[in-house]
Design a protein around this ligand. Structure first.
Ligand code: IYR
Length: 234
């Protein structure tokens, strides 16, 4: 049986190893090359967007992108993530209010000169209109440990790495569906657990506004590292 986000998962802790055959069709090299080149060009067009249109988006595309993210590999296959899709304008307003409260303190000194200098080319500030303009927010939580129904705690492994991979796949999926996104990490993020009523084993990882860029959207004139600056071949 193949893993699928359609089946219901139940805890596998302590189960024996039960391998199943895996025989995907091998893609011809010419097709791999064509797809790789096209995907590279597509991903190069992805930009982090901070000015969103209030236009609605096809919501099933967001759910499908989250399902893609949830196929990410994870430490001991513990899948230590929860995605909260927030559309309710009142909840988004409360998140914005709390985030801006923290961001004002950050930009007014908590970040420090070096951090502010690093952010300057990005043009960010404490105003987070995207939290209420974008029609949806995906708030990603990491499950720091697993809380069994009888209340026992079990360790989760490589939680940061696992959730980071899932979020990377989420951004890729959203972009390939034509949706813009932003990884927003208000600091501290504890308020998100309170506003969204998440359990004690979960810790907020990022808030991801999703939507279309505003008509007057602008992005910084960034240059990505070239392949030879990031790739060493031996
Ligand atoms: N969390 C703040 C500051 C910020 C930090 C980094 I590192 C960024 O890449 C961007 C912003 C904010 O969201 O404005």
């Amino acid at each position: 049986m193949s893993p699928s986000t359609e089946q219901r998962w139940t805890p596998t802790h302590g189960d024996p190893y039960r391998p199943v055959p895996y025989r995907p069709d091998r893609m011809p090299a010419t097709e791999s090359l064509a797809r790789a080149a096209e995907l590279r060009a597509t991903m190069d067009r992805r930009r982090t967007v901070r000015q969103f249109s209030t236009d609605p988006v096809p919501e099933q595309a967001i759910r499908d992108a989250i399902a893609c993210a949830a196929t990410a590999p994870s430490g001991a296959h513990q899948q230590p993530w929860t995605f909260v899709l927030v559309r309710d304008p009142e909840v988004r307003r409360r998140i914005r209010e709390a985030a801006e409260h923290e961001e004002r303190r950050s930009y007014d000194g908590r970040l420090g000169e070096e951090w502010l200098a690093a952010l300057r080319p990005l043009g960010t500030d404490a105003v987070k209109a995207h939290l209420t303009d974008a029609p949806a927010l995906i708030v990603v939580f990491q499950q720091r440990y697993w809380l069994a129904e009888d209340g026992t705690k079990h360790k989760h492994y490589y939680v940061d790495e696992s959730v980071g991979m899932a979020v990377g796949m989420l951004l890729s999926a959203l972009h390939q569906c034509g949706l813009a996104a932003l990884i927003h990490t208000p600091s501290p993020m504890r308020f998100l657990s309170e506003v969204l009523g998440r359990p004690v084993n979960e810790k907020a990882f990022a808030v991801i506004p999703v939507g279309y860029p505003a008509d007057d959207c602008q992005v910084p004139d960034l240059v990505r590292k070239s392949l030879d600056q990031v790739l060493i071949e031996i």
